[in-house]
Design a protein around this ligand. Structure first.
Ligand SMILES: Nc1ncnc2c1ncn2[C@@H]1O[C@H](COP(=O)(O)OP(=O)(O)OP(=O)(O)O)[C@@H](O)[C@H]1O
Ligand SMILES: [Mg+2]
Length: 250
């Protein structure tokens, strides 16, 4: 079982788009996948056409409910745990020791009979929810959108992730993926060059092009592979699935 958390404290960089496409893409290529919506906004659940308010991650993290009891089949090979209406309470809870950050890992451990991949969509913040996503992960995937401000704070984020892991005795492989890419524009190509310069071993080979079908699909509760299987978005995310499986960088 590989646990992949999709994480970046910056908002709107493509975390949920990437989580939805990877979760369904991995399922379509024959894996048993469990997708977890760790964002109180509930966008991953909604993107896949589910009711995000039904109990899910909130019960797992607040009451220690078992993911297996709450996950629901979303597609062939794909199970989904929605955020639930109370997930925000995790951030607001005081008290509890350092073990609060390990709750998700504890809940997932022992699920290898159920899933080959767990894909976790994290919220755009840096609180306890993201800490749970970080400490549960074997692989961390940081989407970076190809605009001017995207690189701001990225080095700090990567260093912080590593420091937190070192301090808490966790370890993950860390990957970056360029999203909303315009191959013919100068600025996005400069962003790509910079990423290659600073993170040559971590930037996954496929850049996800800006593609309107990716923006439209969630409105229909469909993954990109259902909504427009012949789109650039579907092609790019299918390639990204392979990048991840094989650790394929530039
Ligand atoms: N490659 C793409 N091409 C076109 N639109 C995209 C692409 N990737 C993401 N989008 C759109 O950009 C917006 C932000 O994407 P998304 O919701 O995936 O980001 P996010 O990082 O999950 O946001 P948040 O931080 O709020 O959770 C959405 O409207 C989405 O449809
Ligand atoms: Mg999101």
């Amino acid at each position: 079982m590989r646990v992949l958390s999709v994480l970046n404290q910056k908002g709107g960089v493509g975390k949920t788009t990437t989580s939805s496409a990877l979760a369904h893409g991995l399922a379509l290529s024959g894996n048993r996948v469990l997708a977890m919506d760790l964002d109180p906004q509930g966008h991953l659940g909604a993107s896949l056409g589910a009711d995000s308010d039904r109990p899910g991650m909130d019960s797992v993290l607040l009451e220690g409910a078992s993911p297996e009891d709450l996950m629901r089949p979303a597609r062939e090979g794909l199970q989904l745990l929605t955020s639930g209406a109370r997930l925000m309470q995790v951030e607001q809870q005081g008290g509890g020791g350092p073990e609060r950050g390990w709750r998700l890992k504890a809940a997932i451990d022992g699920m290898s009979d159920v899933a080959d991949w767990v894909v976790i969509d994290c919220p755009p913040s840096s609180g306890l929810l993201v800490m749970n996503g970080l400490l549960a992960a074997d692989d961390l995937l940081v989407p970076v959108s190809s605009d001017f401000l995207a690189l701001q704070g990225l080095s700090t984020l990567m260093q912080t992730l590593q420091r937190v892991e070192q301090r808490l005795g966790a370890w993950s492989r860390k990957w970056l993926v360029l999203t909303r890419f315009h191959p013919r524009r100068r600025l996005p190509r400069e962003v790509q060059d910079k990423l290659l310069e600073y993170f040559p071993d971590q930037l996954l080979r496929t850049a996800i092009r800006d593609n309107v079908a990716l923006a439209e699909a969630p409105g229909f509760g469909q993954s990109i592979f259902e909504y427009q299987p012949d789109s650039n978005g579907a092609a790019d995310y299918a390639a990204l699935v392979e990048d991840l499986k094989q650790g394929r960088v530039h």
